[in-house]
Design a protein around this ligand. Structure first.
Ligand code: 5GP
Ligand code: MG
Length: 190
């Protein structure tokens, strides 16, 4: 991929008079290395513990799919859908659970997997929700981290890559449902 890919995709909110351009921030080979590193750490910490891995939809689905295939032990997955963004590129600050858990977390080792920790509100709300349900342990994992945007103090156990305060898309992460299928993490520029 070149470092700029100005093509529009169906549903692209930038299609129209104001064209949006995508600039690669994290290329696919760097993503692959980071996912491998995280998988090695998780394998080291959880071998023999039969953890339940909970992915936060929709943004984490590509990361989760790559991560779990590198875990060297049997895995169990559940998925929840949280929503803190409407259609805008700015957080509403409100966290809703749009689709809930199907598996009991009681007496389980739980790993929560998200795409991006931004203000920290979503992950901290959800981790509190899980902890109330009496798991044996809870750890959190994120592919991307925007530390400069934090509004709540939250400890993330497995962190991929810290990024600046930019709106990113690709590798499962969208802008109004577009761009999830990009292989690199890109910044949307107007
Ligand atoms: P937080 O609750 O930490 O503010 O935000 C968490 C969620 O907001 C992330 O898991 C992600 O789904 C979404 N988010 C944060 N930053 C971005 C971004 O740059 N691009 C997109 N598409 N979503 C983001
Ligand atoms: Mg998310």
């Amino acid at each position: 991929m070149t470092d700029e890919c100005p093509e529009q995709q169906p549903g692209d909110p930038g299609a129209g008079p104001v064209a949006r351009r995508l600039k690669v921030l994290i290329a696919r080979d760097e993503l692959a290395r980071e996912v491998q590193r995280l998988a090695q750490e998780i394998t080291r910490d959880y071998h023999g513990k039969n953890p339940l891995i909970i992915g936060i939809l929709k943004g984490s689905f590509v990361f989760l799919a790559d991560l779990i295939r590198l875990l060297d032990f049997p895995v169990e997955i559940d998925l929840v859908r949280l929503s803190s963004y409407g259609s805008a590129t700015v957080s509403s600050g409100k966290v809703k659970m749009v689709h809930g858990l199907e598996t009991s977390v009681r007496d389980r080792h739980v790993i929560i997997v998200d795409d991006i920790v931004d203000t920290g509100l979503s992950l901290s709300h959800f981790a509190t929700y899980i902890k109330r349900r009496r798991p044996t342990s809870v750890k959190t994992c994120t592919l991307l981290d925007k530390p400069s945007r934090r509004q709540v103090k939250i400890n993330v156990d497995y962190v991929g890559i810290a990024i600046p305060d930019k709106f990113v898309v690709g590798y499962g992460i969208d802008c109004n449902e577009a761009y999830r299928n990009l292989c690199d993490i890109c910044v949307v520029e107007e």
